[in-house]
Design a protein around this ligand. Sequence first.
Ligand code: SF4
Length: 326
Amino acid sequence: MVKVGIPRALLYYQYYPMWKTFFEELGAEVVVSPPTTQATLSAGSSRVVADTCLPVKIFCGHVLALVDKCDYIFIPALRSVKSKIYNCSKFLGLPDMTRAVIPECPPILDIDIDINKGKRRLYQAIYVLGRHLSRSPLKVRKAALAAWQAHREYKELMVNESLAPPQAIAGVTAEKHSTPNQASIALVGHPYLLYDELINHRLTHRLEQAGYRVLTPEMLTAEQLETAITRLTGQPYWTYEEEVVGSGGHYLESGVEGAIGVIAFGCGPDSLMMDMVQRQAIRLKTTPFMSLTLEEHSAEAGVVTRLEAFLDMIQRKKRRGAEVCV
Ligand code: SF4
């Protein structure tokens, strides 16, 4: 059976069930790289220039972890999935960058996704991708429809059951991960930062250990995210505005105990978007907000200290009913 590797990085948390369904429907076995370790990060960092953003370094490490374990690696170039809303440039050249920096990489299955070029071009691109595994256009079409259905169910599951992507992928049920009336803290940021425990030093786990329920962008509906974006910035331009501006804007006014914005050092789009969320937190003065910038050399102790100080501030605010600090 043909093995298709999928790196557990960047777009994995958003699209894994869809990709898995597509390739399995075409008769392939899907192999996912193991969770990130320090060795993954070091290996990825050794292949790219120093100022490459942390998530892309980690992505390279995951590709290296799949070398010799699969026949193909799936790396899409995701330009745009909504009309006139564009992805960060790092995603556009991902297949080409990978070929350049990891020459030993197995053949890359890439697909150029740009909804602005029309549905016909998208269908053609899906067919070209599927043709690597099946010559039958009907089979590819069936696989694409099944994949789309899996994606919709995945998104609905996360919203309806308030699940984060790793929980939805692992099949955790709502009853197992929260208790009624539990105080909540919202995490705002890209999935590849929020759910990679090496990058974020087990942020979710630490908050849960402190007794909080953790809310994330994927638990919100498209309408909730769009409403918050329109309120804060008007017309969106970046694909990931939903995860940062949309979820940040929403959670700041939703009655959570606090919100934590997580960004990667050196990320241009995030530095702009998170700044908008931070300004909104200062304007509203209703929800304590902390911005956490993660980088390759972020020490665990530093993250823990900041988190403890933030949780202390939330407790003090509760006790005194005072105006919040940001
Ligand atoms: S949005 Fe920022 S962190 Fe994400 S890939 Fe682009 S530059 Fe890197």
